[in-house]
Design a protein around this ligand. Structure first.
Ligand code: SAM
Length: 208
């Protein structure tokens, strides 16, 4: 994702009531933010927020937290939040810290169009690398569910191997989401762009 300095980004971020600033303080207590016991779904690398905002509006019976590491990107999601969505919050952080943020309280992790990090020496930075899968373990409340979408065939193949090696079971795989049954699909910004360009979209749901 191309990054630019966005004018006024830090003020918007500072004043956003939906952004959790002291996010490590809520470790193990995220349900207190939502005032309910509904399942918590997180998206890591949410970009400009179309997916997580769409999901929160569509599924008010779940809580959603969007995570993004760059101010210049998360600010674009904040700009879209002109009304309160009670079951949605955002966190600006790098997912390498994720074990310090959640403890046995997450139901589902979404990884949408994650950066592919094509060089082998950077493979640990991929959000589906074994290194990250191990980090996710302590986040989950009970059953672990990860839902991934991407246009990148190599990242998809790598991820399937990592999921398999880490004993995740495949619940659903699509090699061409838009030619399969796509009911209930909520698009991301990257997904819209790549689908319009005619690229197949890959999706996998894994559990353990
Ligand atoms: N999910 C969005 C979509 O599908 O349109 C954005 C996809 S974009 C290619 C990947 C996003 O993940 C970028 O906004 C990037 O800043 C974010 N990201 C990458 N690594 C991250 C990390 N370690 N922690 C948090 N966000 C990350």
């Amino acid at each position: 994702m191309r990054l630019r300095n966005v004018k006024g980004a830090s003020t918007l971020i500072e004043n956003c009531p939906f952004l959790i600033k002291d996010y490590k303080e809520y470790k193990g207590k995220y349900k207190t933010i939502f005032n309910n016991d509904n399942p918590i779904h997180i998206e890591i690398g949410m970009g400009k927020g179309d997916f997580i905002i769409g999901m929160a509006k569509k599924y008010p019976e779940f809580n959603f937290i969007g995570i993004e590491k760059f101010d210049s990107v998360i600010v674009r999601a904040i700009e879209k939040l002109d009304e309160e969505i009670p079951n949605l919050r955002l966190i600006r952080m790098d997912a390498t810290e994720i074990e310090e943020v959640f403890d046995k309280e997450v139901d589902t992790i979404y990884l949408n169009f994650s950066d592919p990090w094509p060089k082998n020496r950077h493979s640990d930075r991929r959000l589906t690398s074994l290194k990250f899968l191990k980090r996710y373990d302590s986040l989950f409340k009970k059953e672990k569910t990860i839902i991934m979408k991407t246009d990148n065939r190599k990242l998809f193949e790598f991820s399937l191997i990592e999921f398999n090696n880490y004993n995740y079971k495949f619940e659903e795989i699509s090699l061409d989401l838009y030619n399969d049954d796509i009911k209930d699909n909520v698009q991301t910004e990257y997904e819209r762009r790549f689908h319009e360009l005619g690229f197949p979209i890959y999706k996998v749901i894994v559990k353990k």
